[in-house]
Design a protein around this ligand. Structure first.
Ligand SMILES: [Zn+2]
Length: 168
C-alpha cells in the first residue's frame, strides 16, 4: 500500500485533491505530496504563554526555610503510616495491599514536601510580569549606560576606539 493511498484513506472526507510532485530537480528519493483539504477553520488563535509558578529556592531566606520545615513537619504528622506494609518481612511479598499502601505513603510524603514548599518558599513569577531579562543587569546594563542611542538602527557605544553598533 503506497503512502499516498494511505493518506487518501485517512482524509477521504476532507480530501479534495491529492498530487505527488515528480520534480526532475528533486534529487531525493522522496516525492512531495500536495493535498488540498476542505477544512472548516473559523479561528486560529494562539494562547498566551502559560506560567506555572514554582518554588524559587534561590530566593528563599532563612526564615522561609524555617517556615518550610515547620509546615512540612505539620503536613507529615497528618500522614497515616502503613505500619503493616512497612514492617512486612517477606522479601518476595506480592501483597497488592502492601504495594498500594507504600505507594500512597510515598505519594503523601511527596505531596507534603510540595505543599510545604508552595506554602513557605517564594514562588517564581512569570518573566512577562516581572519584566526581568536574565543577564540584563550584568551584561547589557553597563553597555547601555555607556552608549548613546543611534538613529533608529541601534545603540552606538560612546567609545571612539571601540565603536560598536548593535541592532536592536
Ligand atoms: Zn508485604
Amino acid at each position: 500500500m503506497s503512502i499516498s493511498f494511505c493518506l487518501a484513506l485517512c482524509f477521504t472526507a476532507l480530501l479534495e485533491t491529492l498530487d505527488v510532485l515528480h520534480d526532475a530537480d528533486n534529487s531525493s528519493d522522496h516525492e512531495p505530496i500536495v493535498l488540498q483539504l476542505d477544512l472548516q477553520v473559523e479561528l486560529v488563535k494562539f494562547a498566551d504563554r502559560m506560567h506555572t509558578p514554582r518554588s524559587s529556592w534561590e530566593k528563599a531566606r532563612d526564615r522561609d526555610l524555617a517556615h518550610c520545615r515547620l509546615s512540612l513537619s505539620h503536613y507529615l504528622a497528618d500522614i497515616p503510616i502503613p505500619h503493616e506494609a512497612l514492617l512486612c518481612k517477606n522479601v518476595t511479598c506480592c501483597s497488592v495491599e502492601h504495594a498500594q499502601a507504600i505507594d500512597a505513603y510515598a505519594n503523601n510524603i511527596s505531596a507534603a514536601c510540595t505543599a510545604a514548599a508552595e506554602h513557605a518558599i517564594p514562588q517564581t513569577c512569570s518573566r512577562q510580569n516581572s519584566r526581568c531579562i536574565p543577564g540584563w543587569s550584568e551584561q547589557v546594563q553597563p553597555l547601555r549606560d555607556k552608549s548613546l542611542f543611534g538613529t533608529g538602527s541601534g545603540w552606538i557605544v560612546d567609545d571612539p576606539e571601540q565603536e560598536l553598533c548593535l541592532d536592536v
